[in-house]
Design a protein. Structure first.
Length: 772
């Protein structure tokens, strides 16, 4: 060990000398980079090497540490550091034997009173909350925009002290100190160095259009407060948004502790800050990491979240991420590493109707505008309706400064979606003197109905209704209309369905894995909100509420993060893979009416919903689980054709794929879903799986298969006979494609389910054909 430390110290010293000579040359045209080092290059974090690193930092800036070009050092999520470098310095660093990879800092973006009931959670003695003790004893780490600690959702009245293993802190900062943490919110940190560098070089922002940033864990934007309370907020009675959606608000795991890591700021979420937060969270001792952020997919070896989450998984931490809001684009799903639980968004059966009445005709729309306010033009009588299309100002989108006051004053203005924010369009209409607004979906938005708490009477209509409204406007000399607000309606619509914006598979980063993994409520979710913002998030909005409504896979992600905490609390010894398996294999294919979950006008496909809608009551008692070890993931990366250097970047393991594949011939990752790809003229594929009995000690399961169209499926054995708990049994599945091109030359899907008298353990199947 002494020799190893001496070697590491020498390696760090050599790199220090190299950097000192190189970095003195240039200080202009700097960019932020993440430099990944071989494990041990820093000497394992000993005191002597900390001094060495301190000298290293000083060598870049002289005596002023506050201006150091070294932004972060990473030791848990990754070995390495983030620094501001010139191109020539990067070129010099690439020659160092201690350096594995250098990646530019990447900007990512952030992506309930009823949803827990919709998912089947109740306080009954035999229910999943009781079986999991409401998630008690677990710690959920949330990487987001921070938290508003005074929210009633973070009251600690019934919470026990933090677990003894907790090593986190309550970091002080602007308008935030240690007293803001409690037994519920047990930790809070902020990471802004990557953001600060980017913001200092970015074009100046109009401060009038932005909320002030708190340089602390305090939430400036609301997104983090909303997601954190969705994951683990305590019960709050009579929560609503101006009376809409009234009921008891509570998070998925109300008994879990929360640790907040603020990584997202006005300019976005930077990978250097995200990686630093993951590094801290691993050391702090969280059980679940929840990341409602992401971008378009990139290779795993270039993805800081994938790399950091692999380390987290090795430490036993479940990592849950949003799939992204780039749907319905094919292969837009992000955060697709197989060790991450990737969550798409679905709808609830709760509506907020706001109808457009035009004489005897009406069009359906939805809104969270408080329609019970009296004497609001457009909501109590019909007024003139205008739609201003064409021209260089893009007036149809209601861009700031695009609406002529003489044409919209006192009228209801139709605004097409796109170009700017939905609620922002209402502010533009209001500033131009408009009395009301209709937010019209474009064809790309279909019938999506994400509502907003508008600042003037307004409603959102689908693409079909938008076409009808515009036809009406063009058909009469003086079109008029009014908006009729209908409050909250529950149970009248089919749900869940896949949210139109939810990112779709198949995965570009790993075609051998079906992504997203599951869907969860992500449309019109009501959750906690800070007191520095109005419910529309607009700086001009002076209203204040404790709760507001938001939509996105950002809202779906914390539902599954909370569910993961529940499963971990019910089964403390389970691995992250086992927790994810329980959530996936118990998910639902059908909506609450017993019919297939829909995606627009068609039944949802596996590349839209993965295994289906999460089902918490079943997830805490799955019967069987598919477990995966870190070594299994490494073998899987070898099957993807990754180079050993790429695998080392992700896993920090120095392996030979040739040797790994030789000793694991016919390897299949033991994933809860099955993805099969026919290519190179192949017509036959075989995959292996193994399941662990976590249900009754003596149990027998029989297989049920729904063959994908154009594929024959054979399973052996067809019965699994377990004689004890935790017994592991394997099976094999053959897929036979009679033709080389399959059905339509694209994809097909099916299901494989192990069934006994109590459990149905289902794996979705996706089959694709690669054309020659």
């Amino acid at each position: 060990m002494e020799a190893a430390n001496r070697f590491c110290s020498l390696g760090a010293l050599n790199l220090l000398l190299w950097l000192t000579a190189s970095f003195a040359a240039e200080t202009d045209n700097l960019r932020t980079y993440i430099i990944q080092l071989h494990p041990g290059s820093y000497g394992g974090g000993s005191a002597s090497n900390s001094e060495l690193l301190h000298k290293w930092q000083l060598s870049l800036v002289g005596a002023s540490m506050s201006e150091s070009r070294i932004l972060y050092t990473y030791q848990s999520a990754m070995d390495g550091f983030a620094a501001r470098l010139s191109e020539s310095e990067v070129a010099t660093l690439r020659k160092s034997p201690e350096v594995i990879a250098i990646r530019p800092d990447r900007k990512l973006q952030v992506q309930t009173t009823y949803s827990f009931k919709f998912l089947g959670l109740s306080s009954s003695a035999s229910g999943p909350w009781a079986r999991s003790a409401f998630g008690r004893g677990t710690i959920i780490g949330v990487l987001d925009t921070g938290v508003w600690p005074e929210s009633p959702s973070f009251n600690d009245r019934s919470m026990p002290p933090p677990p003894k293993r907790w090593k986190g802190v309550c970091q002080q900062g602007q308008d935030f100190n240690s007293t803001n943490c409690n037994r519920k919110l047990i930790g809070a940190r902020w990471f802004s160095r990557g953001h600060h560098v980017a913001a200092s070089t970015a074009p100046s922002l109009d401060s009038r259009n932005a909320s002030p940033e708190y340089i602390s864990p305090r939430d400036s934007h609301g997104h983090g407060t909303h997601t954190t309370s969705t994951a683990a907020g305590v019960p709050v009675p009579m929560a609503s948004v101006f009376g809409n959606g009234a009921g008891e608000a509570r998070g998925m795991a109300p008994g879990a502790h929360i640790a907040v890591y603020k990584v997202c700021w006005l300019t976005g979420c930077y990978s250097s800050d995200i990686l630093a937060a993951m590094d801290a969270a691993i050391r702090d001792g969280v059980d679940v990491l929840s990341l409602s952020l992401g971008g378009f997919p990139i290779p795993l070896y270039d993805d800081s979240i994938a790399i950091g989450s692999f380390r987290a998984m090795e430490h036993g931490i479940s990592v849950v991420c949003a799939a992204g809001n780039n749907g319905p684009i094919v292969s837009s799903v992000s955060n697709g590493a197989p060790w991450i639980a990737t969550v798409g968004a679905s709808t609830l059966d709760r509506q907020f109707p706001a109808l457009i009445r035009m004489g005897n005709r009406k069009l359906y729309g939805e809104s969270m505008y408080p329609g019970n306010q009296p004497h609001k033009a457009g909501s109590d009588k019909e007024i003139d309706v205008v739609y201003i299309a064409g021209g260089e100002n893009r007036s149809q989108f209601c861009i700031k400064g695009s609406l002529p006051r003489d044409k919209v004053h006192g009228k209801m203005v139709v605004c097409d979606r796109g170009e700017n924010g939905r609620a922002e369009k209402g502010q533009v209409v209001k500033e131009a003197g408009g009395a009301a607004m209709v937010l019209a979906n474009m064809e790309v938005n279909k019938e999506e109905d994400s509502v907003d708490v508008h600042i003037l009477p307004a409603t959102q209509i689908g693409a079909r209704e938008a076409a009808l409204l515009k036809a009406y406007i063009n058909s009469t000399a003086r079109p008029t209309a009014r908006i009729v607000f209908g409050g909250t309606v529950i149970g009248k619509s089919r749900a869940p369905s896949v949210a139109w914006f939810s990112s779709r598979g198949p995965s570009l980063t790993d075609p051998g894995i079906l992504k997203p993994d599951v869907i969860a409520p992500g449309v019109n979710i009501i959750a906690a909100w800070p007191q520095n913002l109005g419910p529309s998030s607009l700086p001009e909005d002076r209203r204040r509420v404790n709760f507001t409504v938001m939509s996105g896979t950002s809202m779906a992600c914390p539902h599954v993060s909370g569910l993961a905490a529940m499963v971990r609390s019910a089964h403390p010894g389970w691995s992250p893979a086992a927790v994810k398996s329980a959530i996936m294999t118990t998910a639902d294919l059908n909506d609450h009416s017993g019919k297939p979950i829909m995606d627009g006008d068609s039944p949802a496909q596996v590349f839209a919903m993965g295994a289906g809608q999460v089902n918490p009551p079943k997830a805490v008692d799955p019967g069987l689980i598919y477990d995966i070890t870190p070594d299994d993931y490494i073998t899987h990366l070898c099957t993807l054709g990754y180079k050993s250097s790429d695998i080392f970047t992700v896993t920090h393991r120095n392996i030979s794929c040739r040797e790994v594949l030789r000793t694991n011939q016919g390897f299949s990752l033991n994933y809860p879903s099955i993805s099969v790809r026919f290519e190179g003229g192949a017509t036959r594929k075989m995959v292996r799986r193994r399941v662990t009995n976590v249900g009754e000690p003596r149990s027998v399961y029989k297989v049920e298969v729904v063959d994908p169209e154009g594929v024959l499926v054979r399973v052996r054995p067809m019965r699994l006979v377990f004689r004890r708990r935790n017994q592991v049994l394997g099976y094999r599945v053959w897929f036979i494609s009679p033709t080389k091109n399959g059905v339509g030359g694209a994809s097909s899907e099916g299901q494989l389910t192990w069934v006994n008298t109590r459990h149905r353990v289902r794996s979705p199947i996706a089959v694709t054909w690669k054309q020659s």
